[in-house]
Design a protein around this ligand. Structure first.
Ligand SMILES: Nc1ncnc2c1ncn2[C@@H]1O[C@H](COP(=O)(O)OP(=O)(O)OP(=O)(O)O)[C@@H](O)[C@H]1O
Ligand SMILES: [Mg+2]
Length: 206
């Protein structure tokens, strides 16, 4: 889990150092604005403040994407719930999700993999699918965890995934690589005009 540790470290450095310094810049530029008697600087100073605010906002989103605090603090179930809520608020995507409670007992390596996979698949829906509705389900039976992520969007031809010439993305490839490491599988069903249905199956020892 060295990679996750590094991510957490990077996220908290970003948060603690960069955000703090920028917040200070914002305070100083406000002080400067108030103390200047001439109004010629008002507009550029205002612009600077706005830029700093935007950057703070971007860093907040980035920090979250690098290392989601919910996953470690609240467990997988709540982390996925809040991931879905954020996708809904930010991208206006309606997400129906069904998760059975037993998934909170699985180990950290598998939890992280599931979280990142769902995050990537939801990002793909937002970026590529032009969908109104997405469905996420995570279920555990005795020996497997099954994850389904589907959408009612434009669909694509999964055969492009095997054709190196057309294949540009890293997201699906990287989920597949991670799954290989723990004996999992991914199955993509998609057709132009008929949405996309992706299912992932991960063996667990009970
Ligand atoms: N839900 C979806 N609906 C429509 N097309 C999709 C969907 N998911 C994936 N695709 C198609 O499959 C391709 C590969 O997806 P992948 O996640 O591997 O790459 P990417 O999203 O393009 O780039 P990256 O993930 O590296 O930022 C996408 O470029 C897109 O054409
Ligand atoms: Mg992608």
């Amino acid at each position: 889990m060295a990679e996750e540790k590094e991510r957490r470290q990077l996220a908290s450095n970003l948060h603690d150092n960069v955000t703090q310094t920028l917040a200070l810049c914002l305070i100083k530029s406000k002080m400067l604005m108030e103390s200047l008697s001439s109004t010629v600087y008002a507009e550029p100073l205002n612009e600077i403040s706005e830029l700093i605010k935007q950057t703070l906002d971007n860093i907040r989103t980035m920090t979250f994407e690098i290392s989601p605090p919910d996953l470690y603090e609240l467990g997988l179930l709540s982390a996925i719930e809040s991931l879905c809520e954020r996708f809904h608020d930010k991208y206006r995507l309606t997400i129906y999700f069904h998760i059975n409670r037993e998934i909170d007992n699985i180990n950290e390596e598998v939890s992280v993999l599931i979280f990142r996979a769902v995050q990537e698949l939801l990002f793909n829906i937002v970026k590529h699918a032009n969908a109104n509705i997405a469905r996420v389900s995570i279920e555990r039976d005795r020996n497997f965890i099954r994850i389904n992520v589907s959408d009612d969007g434009i669909g694509f031809s999964p055969s492009v995934m095997n054709n190196k010439g057309n294949y540009t993305g890293f997201g699906i490839f990287s989920i597949k690589e991670r799954l290989k490491g723990i004996g999992g599988q991914m199955d993509i069903k998609s057709r132009r005009g008929f949405g996309t249905h992706i299912s992932i199956k991960i063996p667990v020892i009970s």
